[in-house]
Structures are given as structure tokens and as C-alpha cells.
Design a binder for this molecule. Structure first.
Ligand code: SAH
Length: 228
């Protein structure tokens, strides 16, 4: 079974329309819809915005459905001129850019207890997602995606995140999902289409393009499921 998580309804609209024989279960205030897409078992949930909502959802999904993998679909801000509006990134690793214990001598983003900065995605699933993206004629790359509880909309913050972590995109849930998957040994992938440039125009760009971008990410995911 493939577990699918999106932060917002608009990121799940297209996928939901493809779920056959849906049945719904409520866990921790989140609706989990299980069914099939292109004959494959899936369970899909809208987790809400931010790291804690995403973590609650990923942990609940793992404990209740024991998925083969979890894929996060949605939108993100671009941190590179390689990713334009509606392009898609399949993350090869995630970092939580807002974790900061540097005053105690730790490196930026270092998560104590698990003692790592970067959380990996599953290379096989990620490569297959990239193939699905490209097969649709969408521009896609892999790279580091940075997560934090903050809508990044200042050039200064954008530069700091890309320079500190080599990240190509920023969002608010992927790093939490990858962290939960890491401690549960559940393969994961993070797929994000660009809604904005994480700069001073990000609010206007996000408002104009989030839905279109969200659909691009979902289209790539549906194509991946078809080939899975
Ligand atoms: N109240 C708004 C909040 C959206 S927050 C709403 O409900 O629509 C932005 C969402 O898009 C988050 O889920 C995040 O993962 C993603 N995102 C897109 N651009 C982003 C950026 N520049 N910085 C951080 N997250 C971004």
C-alpha cells in the first residue's frame, strides 16, 4: 500500500478524484481515505500545514496502515534558478532549516537524539517519480528540500537556507514526514511543485499559482502510481 500525504486540500483534489472504492477512517482528527488508484492500494490524507501536523499524520498512517512507502505531494518555494513556477522537485534528502542549537556547538539543522542533519528519501521511489515527472513533459530535478514552520518570503532567508543546506526548495512538512519515516524505517518520497520564489513576491505568486502547481505534483504522482 502507498501512503500519500498532502498538507492542504488543494494539493489532494486531483488524486482524490482518482481513488476508487474509497473508505474513510478518522484518526487524531485526520481523515484517511483508503481505496485504489490504477488498481494499486493507496491511503491518502490531508495533514494540515506545518511540521507537527505532518508528523502526527505520518506516524498515524504508519501505525494504522503499515504502508510500503509514504509519498508527500504538494507545493514549495524555489531556492534556485533551476526550478521555475510549476516545475517539480523529487527530494533526495530533507533538512529542517528551523532546527537551531548552534549556540551549543551543533551544526545548523542538526537534530539531536537521531543525530543527523539530513533525512534521506528512498532512492528507487524518487528515481521512479522523476521518470514520471519527465514523461509528462514537466521540468523536474532532484535535490535537497528544506522544511520549517515558516512561509519563506524574504531574499535574505532564502539565501541563508540555500547556502547553509544546499537546498533547492523550501516548504513546511516534508522534513517532518521524512523524520518520522526515518525513525520508523518506512521508505518515503517528497514531491513538490513550485508555487513561488520564496522571495518578496512569494505571497502574490503563491496565491496565483498554488493550485496549478499542486495539480502538477499530483499528476506526476498519479503517473508514478500507474507505473508502480
Ligand atoms: N494559510 C495558508 C498557509 C499556506 S502555507 C493556506 O492555508 O493556504 C504554504 C504551504 O505551501 C505550506 O504547506 C508549504 O509546505 C508550502 N509552501 C509553498 N511555498 C512556500 C514557501 N515559500 N515557504 C514555505 N512553505 C511554502
Amino acid at each position: 500500500m502507498i501512503g500519500i500525504i498532502a498538507a492542504m486540500e488543494k494539493e489532494m483534489t486531483l488524486l482524490k478524484a482518482h481513488i476508487e472504492n474509497p473508505s474513510v477512517k478518522e484518526i487524531s482528527g485526520i481523515s484517511f481515505i483508503s481505496g485504489t488508484v490504477h488498481g494499486k492500494d493507496v491511503v491518502a490524507a490531508v495533514c494540515g500545514i506545518g511540521k507537527v501536523n505532518a508528523a502526527v499524520c505520518a506516524q498515524s498512517l504508519i501505525l494504522s496502515y503499515a504502508p510500503d512507502c509514504i509519498i508527500n505531494t504538494g507545493v514549495a518555494g524555489s531556492l534556485t534558478n533551476k526550478l521555475h513556477i510549476c516545475d517539480v522537485v523529487a527530494a533526495d534528502r530533507l533538512v529542517q532549516h528551523d532546527v537551531d542549537t548552534t549556540a551549543l556547538g551543533d551544526a545548523p539543522g542538526f537534530v539531536s537524539t537521531v543525530n543527523t542533519i539530513y533525512f534521506p528519501t528512498d532512492p528507487t521511489v524518487t528515481a521512479a517519480l522523476l521518470e514520471a515527472i519527465c514523461s509528462l513533459g514537466i521540468n523536474g530535478i532532484t535535490g535537497t528540500v528544506a522544511t520549517g514552520d515558516q512561509f519563506v518570503c524574504k531574499t535574505e532567508d532564502k539565501r541563508r537556507i540555500s547556502e547553509n543546506f544546499g537546498a533547492v526548495a523550501c516548504e513546511m512538512e516534508g522534513g517532518a514526514i521524512a523524520h518520522v519515516c526515518y525513525v520508523n524505517k518506512c521508505p518515503c518520497a517528497i514531491l513538490r511543485a513550485i508555487s513561488d520564489g520564496a522571495d518578496e513576491d512569494a505571497d502574490m505568486s503563491y496565491t496565483a499559482f498554488a493550485e496549478k502547481a499542486a495539480d502538477n505534483s499530483a499528476r506526476a504522482l498519479i503517473e508514478f502510481i500507474k507505473r508502480f
